[in-house]
Design a protein around this ligand. Sequence first.
Ligand code: TYM
Length: 344
Amino acid sequence: MRIVSGIQPTGNLHLGNYLGAIRNWVRMQDEHEAGACLYFLADLHALSQPHDPAQLAASTLEMVAALVACGIDPDRSVLFNQAQVPAHAELQWLLNGTARMGWLNRMTQFKDKSGKNREGASIALFTYPVLQAADVLLYQATHVPVGDDQKQHLELARDIAQKFNVDFVPGYGEEDSDVKGVFTLPDPIIPPEAARIMSLRDGAAKMSKSDPSDMSRINLVDDADEIMKKVKKAKTDPEPLPSEAAGLEGRPEAANLVGIYAAMAGQSVDQVLAEFGGHGFGKFKPALGELLAETLSPINARFVELKQDREMLGAILAKGALKARELARPTLDAAYKALGLVRG
Ligand code: TYM
C-alpha cells in the first residue's frame, strides 16, 4: 500500500481540508507501517494563480506546522514540498505527451477558477491536473485520500496512467499478459461523512481558502471565541431541525452544520438528529461551536508553538525531500526509458 496526497500551501488550513482530507491522512498514517504515507505541499501548483513569492515561502512553512499540529508525524510519514523534488515537474512534462486536450477541457476546476477570463488564465492552471497526476503516479500510489472536489483529477490520473501503460509498455493489458505497467492506477479515498464541507454563508458553495469572506470558513487557527461567533452567524433557515436525515433534503445550510457535527463527533447524521431533532438552531449552534472549539483548540495551541521554529520546519521538509527523491527515482527512470529517451 502506498498512500500519497497533497495540499496547496496557500492560506490557512480550514475545516473542509481537515475533515475532507487531513484527518484521513493522520488515520492512514497511524494504521500503516512507517514510510507507507507520503504527504506533500503542492507549492508548484500554487504558481497556477497570481501569488506573492514572500507569502508563498512563509505559508509553506506554516502549512508544515499546521499539518504536524494535526497529527502528521514526520518520522512516520514522508512530509515534503514539490519544489525540492524536481521529479514532479519532470514527470509532468513526460505525461504531457499522453494527456489529451479534450480530457483537460472537461476539468471543472479549470472552468471554475478561470471563470470568464479563460484567455487570461495561466497555462499552469490548465495543465494543473497533469502535475497532480505526476504527483501520485511518481510514487506508485495505490490510495489517495482527498475531498470530493479532487475526484475528477484523480480519475484523470488513472486515465493518463492507463493510456501511458497501453501506449508504451509492450504487452500491457493484453489477454493472459501479466506485464506490469510503468504506473499503478490509484484509488481515491473520500470520507463519506465529510466529502464536501460547505461554506457557512452559502450552502451551495464549498468551504474554501479563496472565499473572500473569512466568516465563510472555520480556520484551524481560529480561537474558541472566533469559532463560536462564526457558527452563531452561520446562515440557516427558520425551521427546527428534523428528527431524521431525510428531513434535511432541500435545506443545504442545515444539512452542512449537522454533517459537520456528525463528522466531528464521530456519529451518524441520524444520531445527531436523535439528540437535536425538534429543536431550533438556538440550541444546536452553541453545541456545535463548543464541539468545534474543544477539538480544534489543542491543534491550534500546537500550531502556534510549532510555527515559531522555522529552522525545525525547514529541516522536516529537507529530510522529507531526501526520502521522496529516492522513492521517485525508479518510476521516473522507467518512464524515461519507456518513452525511448536516451540519458547517457
Ligand atoms: P487543496 O489544497 O484545495 O485542498 C487540500 C485537501 O482538502 C480537501 N478539501 C475539502 N474537503 C472537503 N470539503 C471542503 N470544503 C474541502 N476543501 C478542500 C481537498 O479535496 C484536498 O484533498 N489539487 C489539490 C492538491 C494536490 C493533490 C495532489 C491532492 C496537488 N497534487 C495529488 C491529491 C493528490 C488541491 O488544490 O487541494
